[in-house]
Design a protein around this ligand. Structure first.
Ligand code: IPM
Ligand code: SF4
Length: 472
């Protein structure tokens, strides 16, 4: 019978299944960070167990790491989480990319970069944005701390089988429109729960022409659509990205792996439980106006009027969000001024993101009303960016150039907004208080974030480039 890619990966990993009950599946890789692992290791200690497969378990620290003066962690909870992870990895024989490692970084940047993420693998982490790894055609999803413990102890996991959802992206992204705009556009159109209970497979021409890093940006935010995971079928782009990376098979073994990975693609005639379409051709740069990733719109558009929403729930939610965000219905998004810009996170903290940001920043200055920081997703991203001179472009333009970590994506380290501050952020969540108590987050692409930093307000990066060219 014809199978979807999800079904192939699932069937390859089921150890035991009974009708009406969750299956037991084998996990090929577990990634670990300092926030969701302490109780899991403690559980192992209490029950006298070992980590069953330390060779399939890799850890790094990211959420609590200061991006300035990283070894000087003053917050006692952050310090405890970081120290506990170091001790746990040492005690249980787990490889840790520690604060002094070039591979330290946001867990979902580090894994693919090292070649730990392969097509066809099952990958888990105590973190919702594990969906990022699905860009390689891996079945990757976030799990809770008790499940982290279960996988550490057994390398298996109980899982109910999700349904399949094809998100078909037709056409081609226009210049100035990025993978971030694409996923924001999909979520704005279909909502933050349209994929609940499903694993998404992104298909279509627009997806095929994305780079690996752009695909990761798309899959990263699958969770913001409610999905269990997001998948993109591996192709030559995937194989070229993986070839030669540290944890990827080398030489003849790589060619054999590629031959196997090619078999994962959804079969002709396989049926998804649901299919939705999205037109990339007509998409323009996006910016969120509210407090959920689905509350987004075209940058050329206006803050919506709650009265225009069709249901009472939507009206109430929009009203509340607009109030929290300190906005007025009907205001042009391009009239909204900002105080802060954050470029980074597991959504947009990779080298291509920094290149795209630097390309807009080059030769310009951050508005005097704006504080802007650039935070590489990992130590390796930082070094690569410095090799290319991107750090100099940012610093000359008035951005702060920081060390790797989750940073201002969420308020668990010194990078936080002050109450009332408004931020153009390349991260993935704009919930109330996400970047600091009473902080206001607008999600955008790296290029849009830089253009906003320079203008001091949101601006359509497509015109902005045009305008700048004329002025030059
Ligand atoms: C802290 C962690 C558990 C959390 C997650 O699961 O995603 C964080 O990474 C986030 O982005 O909100
Ligand atoms: S960068 Fe943000 S979304 Fe990604 S793991 Fe860190 S906190 Fe979560």
């Amino acid at each position: 019978m014809a199978k979807t890619m999800f079904e192939k990966i699932w069937d390859n990993h089921v150890i035991h299944s009974e009708l009406g009950k969750p299956s037991i599946i084998y996990i090929d890789l577990q990634l670990v960070h300092e926030v969701t692992s302490p109780q899991a290791f403690e559980g192992l200690r209490i029950s006298g167990r070992k980590v069953r497969r330390p060779d399939l378990t890799f850890a790094t620290m990211d959420h609590n790491v200061p991006t300035k003066d990283r070894f000087n962690i003053t917050d006692p909870i952050s310090k405890q989480q970081i120290d506990t992870l170091s001790k746990n990895c040492a005690d249980f024989g787990v490889t840790l990319f520690d604060l002094d490692s070039i591979d330290q970084g946001v867990v979902h940047v580090m894994g693919p970069e090292l070649g730990l993420t392969h097509p066809g693998k099952t990958i888990v982490c105590g973190d919702s944005h594990t969906s990022t790894h699905g860009a390689f055609g891996a079945l990757a999803f976030g799990i809770g701390t008790s499940e982290v413990e279960h996988v550490l102890a057994t390398q298996c996991l109980q899982q109910a089988k999700p349904k399949t959802l094809e998100v078909r992206i037709n056409g081609k992204l226009k210049p100035g429109v990025t993978a971030k705009d694409l996923i924001l556009g999909v979520i704005a159109k279909y909502g933050t729960d349209f994929a609940t209970g499903y694993v998404i497979e992104y298909t279509g021409d627009a997806i095929r022409s994305l780079s690996m890093e752009e695909r990761m940006t798309v899959c990263n935010m699958s969770i913001e659509a409610g999905a269990r995971a997001g998948l993109i079928a591996p192709d030559q782009t995937t194989f070229d990205y993986l070839r030669g990376r540290e944890y990827v098979p080398q030489g003849e073994a790589f060619e054999q792996a590629v031959a196997a990975w090619k078999q994962l693609t959804t079969d002709e005639g396989a049926v998804y439980d649901r299919v939705v379409d999205f037109d990339a051709d007509s998409l323009i740069p996006q910016v969120t106006w509210g407090t959920s990733p689905g509350m987004g719109t075209d940058v050329t558009s206006r803050v919506p009027n709650p009265a225009d929403f069709s249901t009472e729930n939507e009206r109430k939610a929009a009203e509340k969000a607009i109030e929290y965000m300190g906005l007025t219905p009907g205001t042009l998004m391009t009239d909204v001024t900002i105080d802060y810009v954050f470029i980074g996170s597991c959504t947009n903290g990779r080298i291509e993101d920094l290149r795209a940001a630097a390309a807009v920043a080059q030769g310009y200055k951050v508005s005097p009303n704006v504080t802007a920081i650039v935070v590489p997703g990992s130590g390796r991203v930082k070094i690569q960016a410095e090799k290319e001179g991107l750090d100099k472009i940012f610093i000359e333009a008035g951005f702060e150039w920081r060390d790797a970590g989750c940073s201002m994506c969420l308020a668990m380290n010194p990078d936080v907004l002050k109450p009332g501050q408004r931020c153009a952020s390349t991260s993935n969540r704009n919930f109330e208080g996400r970047q600091g108590r009473d902080g206001r987050t607008h999600l955008v692409s790296p290029a849009m974030a830089v253009a906003a930093a320079i203008e001091g307000r949101f601006t359509d990066v497509r015109d902005w480039k045009f305008k700048v060219k004329q002025e030059a």
